[in-house]
Ligand binder design. Structure first.
Ligand SMILES: O=C(O)CCC(=O)C(=O)O
Length: 307
């Protein structure tokens, strides 16, 4: 992997920059969708890797939704590895998009592959991401996520749902709901009377940028197709967590942008097996995080080749 030369700052190609209209839509709705931001050719290695290794090197963990059904994710913060998953979140089009929307420099907060197997019942209950990031020490909600649809996502396989304009509600209290946590259903019903809920149906390669306070959820996968989203979250550089302990992985670290042809050139040494995932930190199945999420199945220990 080659880092960008210091004397030639990397910027997304003009065609990949968000337009003034797109930035206005994000300010109004709390999200904006850019169709085809990743071409089929660019997406191929990631899509193939996810299909070929749906356990993501054994690191995928199962988390309960409010009703105790499992959804599966793997999360990472470090982007210094020679691995595909360290390169994609550094690509200029996503970083520039985040900076254009937040109107200041950003760094990588964390990324996640969120996977729903065919016929899986797990859903994401309604929540704002900043409701959790607040407790991780960020003073401002100036954070967002750029999500790449790795597969086509529609209602049947559990696409994202977003409440337009909900980022203007500020941070909403989240409570424990069953085995998970989320927005109080009574408050949600009132919000839904005033705001439009949008089914975020995406073709593979479409990207949605959504604000840290935008309410979102997703349903079960009742189809015979997998549903994989790559969520890449960014924080404003001046909003690094103030907590002295426990948030070292989320503190500001300079982000070296990768050129926009990195996916085309497959500018990595390993695909899915070089990344230090959080899920390897060994929480016990059945444990409940401070946020109210219950871990149903931990990651498998990493198999180290012996020779
Ligand atoms: O992937 C999804 O359906 C939603 C994931 C999500 O909301 C989250 O990770 O906070």
């Amino acid at each position: 992997m080659s880092a960008a030369p210091q004397d030639s700052p990397v910027h997304a190609a003009p065609a990949l920059r968000l337009t003034a209209e797109e930035r206005a839509a994000f300010d109004r709705d709390g999200f904006v969708i850019r169709r085809g931001m990743v071409s089929p050719e660019e997406l191929k290695p990631l899509a193939e890797a996810c299909l070929g290794d749906p356990e993501i090197d054994g690191a995928l963990v199962g988390i309960a939704d409010s009703q105790g059904n499992m959804q599966e994710v793997v999360t990472w913060t470090d982007l210094t590895q020679p691995d595909m998953l360290s390169v994609i979140p550094r690509m200029a089009r996503f970083v520039d998009g985040a900076e254009d929307l937040l109107e200041r420099p950003v760094y990588h907060w964390h990324s996640k592959l969120s996977m729903k197997r065919p016929g899986s019942a797990g859903r994401w209950d309604w929540h704002q991401d900043y409701a959790y990031w607040y407790f991780e020490g960020c003073l401002y909600p100036d954070m967002l996520t750029a999500t790449i649809a790795v597969d086509r996502c529609d209602e049947a396989n559990g696409c994202l749902k977003l409440v337009a304009g909900s980022h203007k509600l500020g941070r909403i209290e989240h409570n424990k709901i069953g085995m998970a946590s989320g927005v109080d259903p009574e408050r949600l019903a009132l919000i839904e009377q005033r705001h439009r809920t949008v089914l975020c149906e995406l073709e593979a390669g479409d990207v949605v940028f959504f604000h840290g306070n935008t309410l979102h959820a997703s349903g079960p996968n009742v189809s015979d197709r997998p549903r994989t989203l790559l969520h890449m979250s960014y924080n404003a550089v001046d909003n690094s967590p103030f907590l002295a302990e426990g948030q070292e992985h989320h503190k500001f670290k300079p982000l070296v942008k990768a050129p926009d042809d990195a996916m085309l050139r497959q500018d990595w040494k390993t695909v899915l097996n070089g990344q230090p995932f959080w899920s390897r930190t060994g929480e016990a199945s059945g444990s409940r995080s401070t946020y109210g999420y219950t871990l149903l199945r931990g990651a498998r220990p990493k198999v180290v080749a012996s020779n």
